[in-house]
Design a protein. Structure first.
Length: 213
């Protein structure tokens, strides 16, 4: 499966569904072609609507059957954890959300829309890495990069295949600022998204953080 085109985006999307609790269990059958997923959803339509957002939905994915199943026994235990979730302020939140879905394979976990359809706050996930996107507001001192003609920070997204993700981001409208290469023990690439936010994508090539000394 990993050799098929678009694998990175598909895998990122599926990881996001696991992190949000949509996929409970899943994996390929012995024939190597079919895959079974146990999902938690309100209806068959909800399942189809969610899987329709998979980057593979138009090329590799075919749903053979959706059948109800009641899970009565579950021995898994969820460990509590702390995490930092950045919030990106943008001038056009709906457009930014659509970009992150296409470029990063992000999954929208939560969305609130105000009276103005462009007044949006949403939580997104990329393979379990969560961040927020919301509409900028000068009155609340939440300024977008466009408003200040620059950025005040950069988001690092750790992924296994930065080359493929950088290519997907550029295809979706991002501006590459640094090709993927080795830097200080990391394999990294960089781009600016269409809304002015700077991104760094890659992974460490050595045990991280390095030992002190």
């Amino acid at each position: 499966m990993e050799e098929q085109s678009g694998w990175t985006a598909h895998a990122s999307f599926m990881d996001g569904l696991v992190e949000t609790g949509f996929i409970v269990l899943g994996g390929p059958l012995a024939d190597g072609y079919r895959v079974v997923h146990v999902v938690e959803a309100e209806s068959e339509d909800a399942v189809r609507a969610t899987l329709a957002r998979d980057p593979w939905s138009e090329t590799h994915l075919r749903i053979d059957a959706i059948e109800p199943w009641t899970l009565r026994l579950d021995g898994r235990r969820a460990a509590p954890a702390s995490e930092v979730q950045p919030e990106l302020w943008v001038a056009d939140a709906p457009a930014a959300i659509a970009f992150y879905e296409q470029a990063l394979g992000a999954v929208v976990e939560h969305r609130v829309v105000g009276m103005d359809p462009k007044d949006v706050v949403a939580q997104l996930s990329v393979a379990g890495a969560r961040f927020w996107v919301s509409t900028a507001s000068a009155s609340l001192r939440r300024l977008s990069p466009e408003a200040i003609a620059g950025a005040t920070g950069r988001t690092l997204l750790i992924v296994d295949d930065p080359e493929s993700l950088l290519a997907a981001a550029v295809a979706a409208g991002a501006t590459p600022t640094s090709p993927v290469g080795e830097e200080h023990g990391w394999l990294l690439g960089r781009f600016d998204d269409p809304f002015g936010h700077q991104w760094e994508i890659g992974h460490p090539l050595v045990p991280w953080p390095p030992a002190a000394g």
